[in-house]
Write a protein that binds this ligand. Structure first.
Ligand code: SAM
Length: 242
């Protein structure tokens, strides 16, 4: 990708963020006093704050390694498994649902994982303000809220502006991996990604990717499986400088 293209990307990505439509609804669910205490203790080690701005990976993880970011990890079981299975990589999870964040931190602490940190914040703002450009090797988005109704489709997180922002954060050759169990959303993702100038489809033009066996089953996926839903993976590689 040329420097001019990179500049255009940045401009387009910035305009995307002047938005009010959110991809999530804030769900209730108060924590008990005990849960809150555990949350606060674990947060000291695993929590990242949006207001602290741009990340310094070396300061956080004490090393330089591939950085994998996951948006909307839910209860975090599959992200924890991936972090455990790849100790050579560092993982950053972003989720707005506090009980999920609490669960992920609890599991990370139980297993003494050193290669994972978490934001409890809107991923769109974290991407905008905290992730340095061209700094991550993979962006994972597994089973994003499907927003089934036509009038809600605009709330789907995968849109052209979002894909542009992801491209600006990925290193050349970096991976944007999505999965969904809602076929119309899978088709929408394919349409957005196929027309995007920043990516190549790892499975070949207009193809969904076979489910990689290294992707652990997520909680949401498990629920879908029981209901007989299919699953569609999409894996795109950011084009390099040409
Ligand atoms: C359908 S759930 C899937 C959870 C998990 N990936 C799984 O497969 O079990 C989607 C998750 O994305 C989170 N989410 C949606 N928009 C988000 C955003 N802008 N920033 C962070 N998390 C978000 C929601 O809170 C929810 O937990």
């Amino acid at each position: 990708m040329t420097e001019q293209n990179t500049d255009n990307f940045t401009k387009k990505a910035e305009s995307f963020y002047k938005r009010t439509i959110r991809s999530f609804v804030v769900r209730g669910g108060r924590m008990t006093e005990g849960q809150q205490k555990a949350y606060d203790n674990n947060w000291k080690h695993y929590g990242l704050n949006h207001q602290d701005g741009l990340l310094n990976y070396k300061a956080i993880f004490g090393r330089e390694a591939d950085i994998v970011v996951e948006i909307g990890f839910g209860m975090g079981t599959s992200l924890i498994e991936m972090a455990k299975n790849a100790p050579e990589k560092d993982f950053i999870g972003i989720e707005v649902h506090p009980p999920g964040v609490a669960k992920l931190m609890m599991m990370a602490a139980e297993q003494d994982l050193k290669n994972i940190r978490v934001y409890c914040h809107d991923a769109i703002e974290v991407m905008q303000d905290c992730i340095p450009p061209a700094s991550i090797s993979c962006l994972q988005l597994f089973f994003p809220d499907p927003w089934h109704k036509k009038k809600h489709n605009k709330r789907r997180i995968v849109q052209t502006g979002f894909a542009t922002k992801v491209a600006s954060l990925l290193q050349d050759g970096g991976v944007f991996h999505m999965a969904t169990d809602w076929e119309p959303y899978a088709e929408h993702m394919l349409e957005v990604m196929e027309q995007h100038e920043a990516y190549n489809n790892a499975a070949g033009e207009k193809q969904f990717h076979p489910r990689p066996e290294w992707r652990p089953l997520t909680k949401f996926e498990q629920r879908g499986e029981k209901l007989g839903h299919g699953v569609w993976d999409l894996i795109y590689l950011k084009k390099g400088v040409s």
